[in-house]
Design a protein around this ligand. Structure first.
Ligand SMILES: *Cc1c(COP(=O)(O)O)cnc(C)c1O
Length: 475
């Protein structure tokens, strides 16, 4: 496919720019050495170019998108309508608070709702992503120990079933990482945890349900072990899809949590807009909260900050329009709807798991939460079919593959998260496709090993793409 620079004719389309009606000045600053390369295309060419590109990508509006640990659920259109209201889009972050009471009410209401959902005493909406939330939460833990004169606590315990961002965030916050293994059942090895805690334990970071889709049955014992050792407990709640409305991290003994609005709370990921990773905490961590948050007073809403704050994690109140979308979602669903959403997320994952279990090996043969992990390890040995082959074969059916080769503790992993917004018919179709692919793999492995056969590109050289990416265009 041609790039936009290869379309059009010299000079075309540029008359769309208005005449310059201010005097031209020449800046003293360093100047561009060469000519500026602008595409010379008509509006029609431009529009068709991007439409062609859009048709080659796959999003939640195109079809099933079962990326485990990503919660690619449908993004309700009413969220977008609310976030497009001029009262939200045309305000300035430094506008006097009396003129933006509605916006502060939005911030305050979402803070309150998230407190209720997560079982926390406070929430900051500032962090701009999940990993950013983790970093924020860890700085809170650090500030807490420092305020207590307990600076020997330098280690964060991270189970091997944690999301990859957990150890990365802990390292960035200046902690040492202590990795502990999972047991056969996919849960934290409690004995290993007991052996790992000590006077240098700053805290634990736990993803629950973990990255293999299992709710840790020892959760209360785990948080107690950490607290007894003087540490704090961090809950990675990026994917709260499985538990929201059912149980709360705060009630399980966690002191701090982050939630991904761009997963659980239906705001888009990536190209759909910026993210948001609010952080909730218990009272003991409140003095260190970042930036300012909305409070309700007798005279209306105001911003408030803490004296011992860790500082701002981002400008102003966070990604405000994402917050509007998440509040729209929570308000649309209500308490009952939130509960129903997590029930359906878990039901859908288990429905697919059970319907596939006779054809695909499950990494853990237990009832899962919102996602489940298949392993192609045996099939690789028997018929030389890998997780990659299955994922590639799915592309021929117009289906986005599940998360592959993650979590790392499962070999040849395919992690499926259907989410609650898929219908039974859609899941039945995907189940049928996956069964068909495996049948074909047994009968004609070569065909599947060379899939996809009907897409624009087949199997790009992934190592080359990662090692020597071409990210600039040579004119
Ligand atoms: C997605 C995810 C994160 C990271 O969130 P980002 O917004 O991508 O930074 C952290 N933990 C878990 C469990 C996740 O699924």
């Amino acid at each position: 496919m041609e790039l936009i620079f290869e379309l059009g004719q010299e000079g075309r389309g540029l008359d769309l720019l208005p005449e310059c009606d201010v005097c031209e000045v020449t800046l003293d600053a360093p100047k561009r050495a060469g000519k500026m390369h602008l595409p010379h295309v008509s509006e029609t060419e431009l529009s068709r170019h991007y439409t062609r590109l859009a048709k080659r990508t796959h999003g939640v509006n195109d079809g099933f998108y079962p990326l485990g640990s990503c919660t690619m659920k449908y993004n309700p259109k009413v969220n977008e309508e609310m976030a497009a209201l001029p009262g939200f889009t045309s305000v300035h972050p430094l506008a006097p608070v009396e003129s933006v009471q509605g916006c502060l009410e939005v911030l305050y209401t979402l803070q309150e709702d998230l407190k209720e959902i997560a079982g926390m005493d406070h929430f900051t909406l500032q962090p701009a992503a999940g990993a950013h939330g983790e970093f924020t939460g860890l700085l809170l833990i650090k500030a807490y120990h420092k305020a207590n004169g307990d600076e020997k606590r330098t280690k964060i315990i991270v189970p091997d079933s944690a999301h990859g961002t957990n150890p990365a965030s802990a390292a960035m916050a200046g902690f040492e990482i202590v990795n502990i293994p999972s047991g056969e059942d996919g849960c934290v090895d409690v004995e290993a945890l007991k052996a790992a805690v000590g006077e240098d334990t700053a805290g634990l970071m736990l993803t629950n349900p973990n990255t293999v889709g299992i709710f840790d049955k020892n959760i209360l014992e785990i948080t107690e072990i950490i607290h007894k050792a003087g540490g704090l407990c961090y809950y990675d709640g990026a994917n709260l899809n499985a538990i929201m409305g059912q149980c709360r991290p705060g009630d399980m003994g966690f002191d701090v949590v982050h939630l991904n609005l761009h997963k659980t709370f239906s705001t888009p990921h990536g190209g759909g807009g910026p993210g948001s990773g609010p952080v909730g905490c218990k009272d003991i961590l409140a003095p260190f909260l970042p930036g300012s948050y909305a409070v309700k007073t007798a005279d209306g809403y105001e911003y408030e900050g803490c004296e011992e704050s860790i500082g701002s994690m981002r400008s102003f109140a966070g990604n405000f329009l994402v917050i509007v979308k998440a509040l729209t979602y929570v308000t649309t669903l209500g308490a009952e709807g939130i509960k129903e959403a997590s029930q359906n997320a878990v039901l859908n994952a288990n429905y697919m798991r059970v319907k596939l279990a006779d054809v695909y090996d499950m990494a853990y043969d237990v009832t899962c939460m919102h996602e489940f992990v298949m392993t192609l390890e045996k099939k690789k040995k028997e018929i030389n079919i890998t997780a990659m082959d299955i994922a590639k074969a799915m592309l021929d059916y117009g289906i986005h593959p599940p998360t592959m080769y993650f979590p790392l503790i499962v070999h040849e992993a395919l992690m499926v998260e259907p989410t609650e917004t898929e219908t039974k018919e859609e899941m039945d179709y995907v189940i049928e496709v996956l069964r068909e692919i495996m049948a074909k793999a047994k009968e004609d492995p070569e065909y599947i090993q060379h899939s996809p056969h009907h897409t624009v590109i087949g199997r790009p050289d992934e190592v080359k793409a990662a090692r020597t990416p071409v990210v600039t265009y040579e004119f």
